[in-house]
Design a protein around this ligand. Structure first.
Ligand SMILES: NC(=O)c1ccc[n+]([C@@H]2O[C@H](COP(=O)([O-])OP(=O)(O)OC[C@H]3O[C@@H](n4cnc5c(N)ncnc54)[C@H](OP(=O)(O)O)[C@@H]3O)[C@@H](O)[C@H]2O)c1
Length: 400
């Protein structure tokens, strides 16, 4: 990953936001709207939230607005009538939007649904700010190979990976001993198993430090998020699997750290507000103003750290296992997790069932029940493993 701009940064920067109506997407829209004249928005995309897409489009005036749900096409058209903004609908239209020339593309669709558009964005060979961690988890080797072939600049937006990017000496990686991902511990850090057994979606989504979309919030509560981030870090940075560790840091002030062979540890700190890593990626290689609360260390007074509890949060161990197995294991892990989280949010299974479903699906993969597993040679193989993981996890949920 290059850390100097490979080309002069144009002004205004032409930007596209995939997943513009989500938590990351709207924060990106907000930063762009606060800097008139600095950006020209090429395209905004959403899945079904047409009202939010219309509001965002009226704020930043893209050339194109795309809604994934074709049934919402007319509502989008009506909402943007007379603005001159082109409208389109359907999943293919989202991927097509990602192929429109842009200097900077935010990949902020949630889940593997973002894979095709994100790959299309990467294939442009431009700068892609990557928030969609599931893409890297399910297709990391494939995506990084495309990044290398097209000379794409990939900027991590996940706060932990953005922190590492800021302190990782990419010119001298041999001096790096390990990277440490910090985790807040989520809403159930100190909860008993009985409490988690009875946890409701509302309780699981109530993250103590961050405002995020529902899926990632549940992932934080199970610690699967940190597991997905370990796999994401493995693809983004030149480190071995055993050079990535996790530390619980409830205050979410240190966003991650890099340890060097001379004993130095470099950390990036900021208030827990996604507008900081988004602004870093949006302005890169320059720094731009972000309207976030400034860090007041005296007021915070204490930064604390603890080891993760793998027995209460087995999802983290499962993700580590998938990372160690490699091949299709991370793809199946992420697919099963998406299905299980959706089932939990839909009231079909309990909170602790999420990790159980993922574990059983991973086991099935390891036993050969999901077909292609040890090595994924092509995008078709990846999509096949993803579909097999989803089908198996769905069946387990139906059997309950
Ligand atoms: N939120 C955070 O603070 C944060 C931090 C670090 C990393 N991330 C990562 O960033 C990604 C986005 O997270 P988020 O919290 O912003 O998610 P979110 O609030 O749930 O928003 C997801 C976005 O993706 C769109 N989308 C959902 N399903 C889609 C589909 N099938 N096809 C096309 N678009 C679809 C949604 O459109 P609709 O609104 O129309 O449904 C929305 O624009 C995730 O991978 C997450 O892990 C998020």
């Amino acid at each position: 990953m290059s850390q100097t701009a490979p080309y002069p940064v144009p002004s205004p920067k032409r930007v596209t936001i995939l997943g513009a109506t989500g938590s990351v997407g709207l924060n990106t829209v907000d930063l762009i709207a606060r800097a008139p004249g600095r950006y020209m928005v090429e395209a905004l995309t959403a899945n079904s939230n047409v009202e939010e897409l219309i509001r965002a489009a009226l704020r930043v005036k893209p050339r194109l607005a795309v809604i994934g749900d074709a049934g919402k096409y007319q509502a989008l058209r009506d909402g943007l009538l007379g603005t001159g903004i082109e409208v389109a609908a359907g999943q293919q239209a989202i991927t097509d939007a990602a192929t429109r020339p842009a200097d900077w593309i935010m990949a902020a669709i949630v889940g593997a649904a973002g894979l095709a558009p994100t790959l299309a964005a990467v294939a442009q060979g431009t700068t892609v700010a990557i928030a969609n961690k599931e893409c890297l988890v399910c297709a990391g080797d494939h995506m990084m190979e495309l990044v290398r072939r097209r000379g794409t600049t990939l900027l991590p937006v996940d706060s932990e990976h953005n922190a590492i990017f800021q302190v990782f000496d990419s010119k001298r990686p041999e001096g790096i001993e390990k990277i440490t991902l910090t985790a807040s511990g989520g809403p159930f850090r100190t909860a008993t198993m009985a409490h988690m057994q009875a946890a409701t979606p509302a309780q699981a989504i109530a993250h103590p430090n961050w405002q995020m979309g529902a899926k990632i919030s549940v992932d934080c509560a199970t610690y699967m998020n940190k597991g997905l981030e370990m796999i994401e870090a493995y693809h983004l940075f030149p480190v071995d699997k055993d050079q990535i560790e996790v530390v619980i840091h409830p205050q979410s002030v240190i966003h991650s750290m890099v340890s060097y062979v001379d004993g130095s540890v470099l950390a990036q700190m900021a208030s827990p507000d996604m507008r900081t890593p988004i602004a870093y990626a949006l302005g890169w290689p320059d720094r731009i103003h972000a309207p976030v609360p400034r860090l007041d260390l005296v007021q915070i007074a204490q930064l604390t750290f603890e080891a993760p509890d793998f027995s209460r949060f087995p999802a983290l161990a499962l993700a580590k296992q998938a990372l160690a197995l490699g091949g299709g294991a991370p793809t199946v892990l992420s697919a099963a997790n998406e299905i299980a989280v959706a089932a939990f949010l839909g009231g079909k299974i309990g909170f602790l069932d999420i990790a159980r479903i993922v574990e059983q699906t991973l086991e099935a993969g390891d036993n050969g029940a999901l077909g292609q597993w040890s090595r994924l040679h092509s995008l078709e193989d990846i999509l096949g493993a993803d579909a097999a993981g989803r089908a198996y996890a769905s069946e387990l949920i139906e059997q309950r």
